[in-house]
Ligand binder design. Structure first.
Ligand code: NAD
Length: 303
């Protein structure tokens, strides 16, 4: 008999993670509030579709989560029909970016109710979730980590143990995303200026990528999604603003002053105010394009 796990939140990241678990022989009990998210799994061998987090947890020893917001995590785990309501003895693994505070609260509450918790946010985007090459940053009891490392290796190529306290995985993930958000916003700004100065955008990128300005946006997001005009990396502006605000909350909580992050957070705030919230996060480049009156698209000169 194959192993069974639960998975709650089968959106952009959750769905490919579930497909990998199925491909590795797991049976998966899934739950999502969106019918559109659940629909591709209907009738698939190995999949059970459940009506609540409690129903999922009632059928499996381990429940993975990929949810959009900290308050969704609290509701799904601790709400009246939540995972914890299924009773003690199960393990919850949160792969979402939920923030350190919510993660600590959920870890403590689950512990008090006799359930276990691993804080395990991921990085690498939808392509990484599809290929199983995500980075996973795990915090929680080390013995629990050892027990579930194999399961996490199915979704992530690089599984790191960050520390014993839930929330530390989140802290690491927020540090990463603050830097990633900085790279994307700053690259959008400078590429708009380069294009306005009459430099072909693809040539500018080639130069940056062998020079000191290279970063994750010049090497990955711009060539794939901005230069091509596809803007479909798979992560929303709204969620990026959530992450950078959670970073600021963490720094504030620890009384660490920040200078650069507030400017970057404001860039993402402005993007949301200008209607980009439900768009792909690479579309922040479009905002800078509009201000500059240019398009950052390939137009290398032939010959
Ligand atoms: P998404 O919105 O595509 O997926 C979230 C899913 O959760 C949706 O299908 C939604 O219907 C479902 N959901 C919402 N409320 C629910 C509830 N109460 N019960 C059950 N399901 C519920 O978002 P995503 O891009 O897949 O991101 C998920 C998490 O992973 C977020 O925390 C995000 O910050 C993080 N993350 C995303 C990426 C990325 O590139 N997309 C990368 C790393 C981490």
């Amino acid at each position: 008999m194959s192993d069974r796990v639960g998975f709650i939140g089968v959106g952009r990241m959750g769905a490919p993670m579930v497909r990998r678990l199925l491909a590795h022989g797991y049976e998966v009990c899934i739950r999502d509030v969106s019918e559109a998210a659940v629909a591709p799994f209907r009738g698939q061998p190995g999949v059970t579709i459940c009506g609540s987090p409690r129903e999922v947890a009632g059928q499996v020893p381990v429940v993975l989560l990929s949810l959009p917001l900290p308050k969704t995590l609290l509701d799904v785990v601790l709400g009246p029909d939540g995972v914890a309501a299924a009773g003690p003895g199960r393990c919850v693994i949160d792969t979402s970016t939920s923030g350190a505070r919510a993660s600590r609260a959920v870890g403590a509450e689950l512990g008090a109710k006799g359930l276990q918790f691993l804080d395990a946010p991921v990085s690498g985007g939808v392509p990484g979730a599809e290929k199983g090459t995500l980075s996973v940053m795990v915090a929680g009891d080390p013995a629990l980590y050892d027990r579930h490392k194999g399961l996490l290796s199915i979704i992530g190529k690089n599984v790191f143990y960050v520390g014993a306290e839930p929330g530390q995985g989140q802290a690491m993930k927020l540090v990463n995303n603050m830097l990633s958000a900085t790279a994307l916003a700053a690259t959008s700004e400078v590429m708009a200026v380069a294009t306005k100065a009459g430099i072909a955008p693809d040539v500018a990128l080639d130069i940056l990528n062998v020079s000191s300005g290279r970063n994750s946006a010049t090497q990955d997001k711009f060539p794939k999604d901005v230069i091509t005009g596809t803007f479909s990396y798979g992560f929303l502006v709204d969620l990026m603003l959530k992450d950078v605000k959670l970073f600021e909350e963490l720094a504030d909580e620890m009384r660490v002053p920040t200078l650069v992050s507030p400017a970057v957070i404001n860039a993402w705030r402005v993007a949301v105010a200008q209607g980009y919230g439900p768009k792909d996060f690479t579309a922040i480049a479009e905002m800078f394009e509009r201000w500059a009156g240019v398009e950052i698209r390939a137009r290398r000169r032939e010959g």
